[in-house]
Ligand binder design. Structure first.
Ligand code: SF4
Length: 362
């Protein structure tokens, strides 16, 4: 579409003065309803070990750190899942650092449990989740080969991988110079393979890690290119970089409110049928303005576990989230980890469909 040329997107991302308000009004005129969704989830950080070292990360721990979670064991995971089940959570979010099984400590821990690699173990955990609870797995396993994605599809309602940025230039900067897995080519390949396999998919961009406005436009257009081809993207997270003490990028500036407003609005304009998510725990003060800018999803909110990726930022309680949402004229509604338009045989395995059917939702 002509109005979404790169030049046009860059111009919208640079909106100033009353153009910012016009952009927000335009975005809101495209809304079908006033529904803002969230997924009641439980967050399981299966391993905090990662082969990458991103300049903004507070999740990864060195294996020599006595506090590092090398590998959560099955009883530990299942106990938490069962507590989440009692609280009527519907999403089990499984995440870990990228390719942790390339690190010997994780490899040894996996072998002790009888698994060759992390994907085999993740499959087992997702399978047990489906067998023993009412939760639906949503895994974020990093870049993966197509065969592994195919295997995990059977036991996952949806999967996710942040594109973060399509800029290869950042591989030379503090953000990604120690992170081979942040090569955008590898991430795009994983997201495209998920599309070929018809896996409902969450992706997103990290804003403020050194990318230019032009690169933000290119990243959005790259997600659009992939989704136009495969139609499997269910939500796009627009996450703002936050400087935190102790990280290599601790003295870098976070993106301004205006940069984020423009980014959220342009994302919604480009993707009117896809959920646009802004994490509320990273944006407590500005959460309402992002709803008015076009965000329509708060992502996973857990009554049980913290956000291990941003441990300093607790999730708001549901009552607070409802108040934040309703105060600006929207309403809060729970969703599943798979969006309604993907609940079909085309996208989901029989295992997942049967689980959803067992609640009487379809
Ligand atoms: S942000 Fe993700 S990939 Fe990067 S170091 Fe942290 S855990 Fe690893």
């Amino acid at each position: 579409m002509a109005e979404f040329s790169k030049k046009n997107i860059i111009s919208l991302l640079n909106a100033k003065n009353e153009d910012i308000l016009s952009l927000m009004i335009l975005t809101n005129s495209k809304r079908d309803d006033l529904r803002i969704t969230y997924s009641k989830n439980v967050f399981l950080p299966i391993s905090e070990i990662c082969r990458n070292e991103c300049g903004y990360c507070t999740f990864r721990k060195d294996p020599s750190n006595p506090e590092a979670r090398i590998l959560m064991n099955p009883p530990e995971i299942l106990n938490i899942l069962k507590d989440a089940d009692k609280l009527r959570c519907k999403e089990a979010l499984f995440t870990f650092g990228e390719l942790p099984d390339e690190i010997s400590d994780v490899k040894i821990a996996l072998r002790k449990l009888g698994y060759e690699n992390m994907v085999e173990y993740l499959y087992f955990i997702c399978n047990e989740t489906l067998k023993q609870t009412n939760l639906l797995p949503h895994s974020n396993p990093g870049i993966l080969k197509k065969d592994y994605l195919r295997m995990l599809k059977e036991v996952n309602a949806s999967m996710g991988l942040m594109l973060e940025t399509s800029s290869a230039r950042l591989m030379e900067t503090i953000a990604h110079k120690l992170s081979p897995g942040k090569n955008p080519k590898l991430r795009i390949e994983t997201i495209e393979n998920a599309g070929k396999l018809r896996i409902p998919f969450t992706t997103g961009l990290l804003i403020g890690i050194g990318e230019t406005i032009e690169e933000r436009a290119e990243s959005l257009l790259e997600i659009k290119r992939i989704n136009d081809k495969y139609g499997h993207i269910q939500e796009i997270i627009i996450q703002n970089f936050k400087p935190k003490p102790g990280i290599p990028m601790q003295n870098y500036k976070e993106p301004s409110l205006v940069e984020m407003i423009n980014m959220v609005s342009v994302t919604k304009l480009l993707f009117p049928d896809i959920g646009v998510q802004v994490p509320p725990n990273l944006n407590r003060k500005n959460a309402q303005i992002f709803l008015m800018a076009g965000a329509d999803d708060w992502g996973g909110i857990s009554p049980l576990t913290k956000d291990y990726v941003n441990p300093e930022a607790p999730w708001p309680e549901l009552d607070e989230l409802r108040m934040i949402t309703e105060e600006v004229g929207y309403y809060l509604d729970e969703r599943l980890p798979v969006y309604p338009k993907f609940i079909s045989e085309d996208f989901l395995s029989h295992r997942i469909l049967d689980k959803i059917k067992s609640w009487g939702n379809i």
